[in-house]
Design a protein around this ligand. Sequence first.
Ligand code: FES
Length: 68
Amino acid sequence: TLLKVVIDQKLDINGFGACEGTLACSTCHLVLDDSTYKQLGIVTDEEMDLLDLAYGLTDTSRLGCQVC
Ligand code: FES
């Protein structure tokens, strides 16, 4: 997942991935460009529930812990 990339590369993004991918936070919220968004799999109901709580939600928002 993109969250794993952030962790593996030791990127210092304050607060990103607070729940470590257990779908309990939405701190891994990403806003993608249209082309990238369309290449990803479907958004599950669980991901959508958390996205609804994310600040600045857009039509191309995803959670970094749910996309590869
Ligand atoms: Fe918490 Fe993605 S890291 S929902």
